[in-house]
Ligand binder design. Structure first.
Ligand code: MG
Length: 248
């Protein structure tokens, strides 16, 4: 399990966290109907090169791109390609970066042009679910207090939480222990300690929670083709409370 040993390590994680946000800001500036997901990927490829940082996704189990994209009913892990974004789409962009030996991970789902009120609500509920989970990332709580806060909020709003993919500890590796489910009863799992860093990343569906993997062996979609959104932050547990490392 990841436990940071020093303030220096924490600051290195903050540095990479900030870089991930800068990459997301760059994406946001270029999002418009007509842009391809490949163009967005190329944007981040050159940004990371310029910053002397690496994508943690490129080459991970053979993943062929620098970022993951997920349009509409796609949940996570879509491969950027020739598809052009259309007005009314929602697109999840997940960016994982390594810099100076430490990793940061941040996902945002963006509206493209003018989106439906149903889609707007899905984005709002998913982002709020992440916030509620983060608030439980405090010393002395148990891991599943985060999970429960997310699930109870999401289901209370009439949406569902994906079970098959979960968050994770993060540090010198992108995926470290413990796994962080976004569902389940409170009061379970390890006790949260100072120095733990977690990537909390709820995936929320407008319909059923069930998902499947498409024929490309990467893209995860909702089984009922309902819309899906995801927000993720890398969060350090500190004496002063949760520190979101992936915000400006
Ligand atoms: Mg992650």
């Amino acid at each position: 399990m990841i436990i940071l040993k020093s303030q220096e390590e924490l600051l290195l994680m903050r540095e990479v966290g900030r870089l991930v946000v800068e990459a997301q800001v760059l994406i946001e500036k270029h999002l418009r109907p007509g842009v391809t997901t490949k163009e967005l990927d190329e944007l981040i490829t050159s940004f990371l090169k310029e910053k002397k940082a690496q994508s943690t996704f490129l080459g991970y189990r053979g993943f062929p791109a620098h970022i993951c994209t997920a349009i509409n009913e796609e949940v996570v892990h879509g491969i950027p390609g020739k598809r052009r974004l259309a007005n009314g789409d929602i697109i999840g962009i997940d960016i994982g970066v390594r810099l100076n030996g430490y990793c940061g991970d941040r996902a945002v789902t963006y509206p493209v042009g003018e989106i439906s009120s149903r889609a707007k609500e899905l984005l709002e509920v998913t982002e709020e679910a992440l916030c509620r989970g983060i608030k439980k990332a405090v010393i002395g709580n148990r891991l599943s207090d985060i999970s429960h806060a997310i699930q109870s909020y999401v289901e209370g709003r009439g949406y569902s939480v994906v079970r098959d993919y979960v968050g994770h500890g993060i540090g010198q590796k992108m995926h470290e222990d413990p796994p962080v489910p976004h569902f389940g009863p409170p009061g379970r799992g390890p006790r949260l300690k100072e120095g733990m860093v977690l990537a909390i990343e709820p995936m929320v569906n407008a319909g059923d929670f069930k998902v499947r993997v498409k024929g490309d062996n990467w893209t995860v979609v909702t089984s009922d083709r309902s819309l899906s959104a995801q927000f993720e932050h890398t969060v350090a547990i500190t004496k002063k409370g949760p520190w979101i490392l992936t915000e400006l």
